[in-house]
Design a protein around this ligand. Sequence first.
Ligand SMILES: Cc1cc2nc3c(=O)[nH]c(=O)nc-3n(C[C@H](O)[C@H](O)[C@H](O)COP(=O)(O)OP(=O)(O)OC[C@H]3O[C@@H](n4cnc5c(N)ncnc54)[C@H](O)[C@@H]3O)c2cc1C
Ligand code: SF4
Length: 338
Amino acid sequence: MRPFVYQRASDAPSAIQNLATATAANNVLTEASAQPLAGGTTLIDLMKLDVMRPKAVVDINPLAASWSNVSLDDDNLRLGALARMSDVAANPEIQQHYPVIADTLKLAASPQLRNMASLGGNVLQRTRCSYFRDVSYHNCNKRNPGSGCAALEGFNRSHAVLGTSEQCIATYPGDFAQALMALDATVEITGRSGVRKIRFSDLHKRPGESPQAETTLSPGELISAFLIPGPWPRSVYLKVRDRQSYEFALASAAVALDLQDEVMRDARIALGGVAAVPWRAREAEAILKGQKFDDALIDRAADAAFADARPHRHNVFKVALGKRVISRALHQAATMEI
Ligand SMILES: Cc1cc2nc3c(=O)[nH]c(=O)nc-3n(C[C@H](O)[C@H](O)[C@H](O)COP(=O)(O)OP(=O)(O)OC[C@H]3O[C@@H](n4cnc5c(N)ncnc54)[C@H](O)[C@@H]3O)c2cc1C
Ligand code: SF4
């Protein structure tokens, strides 16, 4: 690991000031000169691999007293960005009113990691593309902009089939983000000019021509909280992976239904493991909304979700798998007891 300066922020303004000064005018995340440190389970990992090379690390954990609260008022859930994954997953109110959130957190990583990892760090975790994580490969547009993409002709079994570009086909790896996408969450961002809010769906950028720019956060900005309308008691997360524990998704679906007399008054679907960014399957939702729950309709919705899929040599299977995951998740949500 390269030498770096460790700074422990005493409060939000000092954290933001330290980060903004050090990272000004650098939008290549991998090379950003200062990085916030939460649980460190992504950041320290990537620093040891020499993928991320910050000159300064700003520890934001002292902000936890105000940024780790979980509150549920008037059917709106507020999750502080420094809340730990395990605490939120174990929260009985979240399990009851937002089971899809608890599921995405419970099915991620390992108990030890979930005890360390924060919600803010979770949504900002970086791709598991092995060419990105191994610096002996030069050709990675995300790590070395303009160098090409080793995965295009390489082993791309785990890569994305939706939302990719000619420059990058990496998969967004997280689970929790799918719940936030499905439930129309808002992100609260704290920066030098105060607090601003954006839709969670506007946080991540598709790779396009610039896969190195992954989010719409400006230098020095921190995620302080997530705001989620609800409740969504009829919601589930289904995650299919190579092994049933401690593994990233090959295909997953976060589903939330408002079902009345078998009619889907509202249907939300977000997909993981198959897309370059947290992915909302709006075409599928449009087919389901207002319709009676019916197997043929579910199949049509699943087909629509993958109509624009662009698989590569080793990940063609993700299209069929992704459709089955949507179908199974919808059935699970429709039949769950609430
Ligand atoms: C072996 C392994 C298996 C895993 N499996 C899964 C899995 O199955 N599913 C899954 O979803 N995840 C998985 N993960 C990822 C894990 O959940 C993330 O590493 C973790 O959630 C990141 O949170 P953190 O607090 O440790 O973030 P950190 O490592 O501290 O930070 C991650 C990034 O976010 C930035 N950051 C952190 N907090 C903020 C903030 N509030 N505002 C702005 N920037 C911030 C940091 O600078 C850094 O760039 C796995 C990780 C490992 C190591
Ligand atoms: S898929 Fe993206 S992250 Fe992976 S090698 Fe290609 S450019 Fe790099």
